[in-house]
Design a protein around this ligand. Structure first.
Ligand SMILES: [Zn+2]
Length: 238
């Protein structure tokens, strides 16, 4: 294999690595955003449970006040009953008292329901609290790992870029058009610009190359392209 082809293969190897490192680096913000969402969800769950507990307490206090009001009302009715001399009025007050007592029972039943809900909510809040704490620590560790990863990948990518630029400069010095062709192929052919022949097939597009191309590739003194896909092809020495 002649020199410039070896250089192109070396350049392609560096470019492939560089490309894959950059791809990994680009994926990191998405990974971090997803971690952030996990943490926010855990926090939201905890806040929802806590705010339901607060609502229950407020509602219970309101019901207590309501029941106290009814009791005061009943006491007043009893005093009025004691003072009245009219049978009709006495009976009417008796009905009022019964109605208020019925309402107190209804309010107290609701209070009991709320107390039960509050008790049931306690372990739920404790679990949500634990989950939130665990997510916080998991996310913080993984965020740090992600940042470290970017640092390492970026350092390696910078090194690769220096290396590939040096090789590219050597190719350009001997054949500028060839470098342009290679770079265009690398972009358009998913990083497979220079490919070996497999028998008389191009391993990039799997089509048969012409006998002339096959011969030229085997002689190996010029750059040969596949007629079908335009990739630079070379023959692996037998
Ligand atoms: Zn081809």
């Amino acid at each position: 294999m002649f020199g410039i082809l070896e250089k192109l293969l070396l350049l392609q190897e560096r470019d492939e690595k560089l490309h894959s490192f950059l791809h990994e680096i680009n994926g990191v913000p998405g990974e971090k955003a997803s971690l952030q969402r996990d943490l926010e969800n855990a926090q939201k769950n905890l806040e929802n449970d806590k705010s339901r507990a607060t609502q229950i307490e407020v509602e219970r206090k309101r019901l207590e006040v309501e029941a106290d009001g009814k009791r005061t009302q009943i006491a007043k009715y009893r005093t009025q009953q004691f003072e009245t001399r009219k049978n009709e009025e006495f009976t009417a007050l008796k009905h009022e008292i019964e109605r208020a007592e019925g309402e107190i029972i209804r309010v107290e039943d609701r209070e009991l329901e709320l107390m039960q809900e509050f008790e049931d909510l306690k372990p739920v809040i404790a679990a949500a609290d634990q989950k939130h704490a665990a997510e916080k620590s998991r996310v913080s560790t993984l965020m740090k790992t992600a940042d470290d990863k970017v640092g390492v990948l970026q350092g390696r990518a910078d090194e690769l870029r220096v290396e590939r630029d040096a090789i590219a400069a050597e190719v350009r010095a001997s054949d500028e058009d060839l470098l342009d062709l290679y770079e265009k192929l690398f972009r358009t052919k998913m990083g497979r610009a220079v490919v070996p022949l497999e028998g008389n097939h191009c391993s990039g597009c799997h089509m048969t190359v012409t006998p002339a191309t096959l011969r030229d590739a085997r002689v190996g003194t010029s750059v040969v392209s596949c007629e079908q896909c335009g990739r630079i092809v070379y023959a692996i020495p037998e």
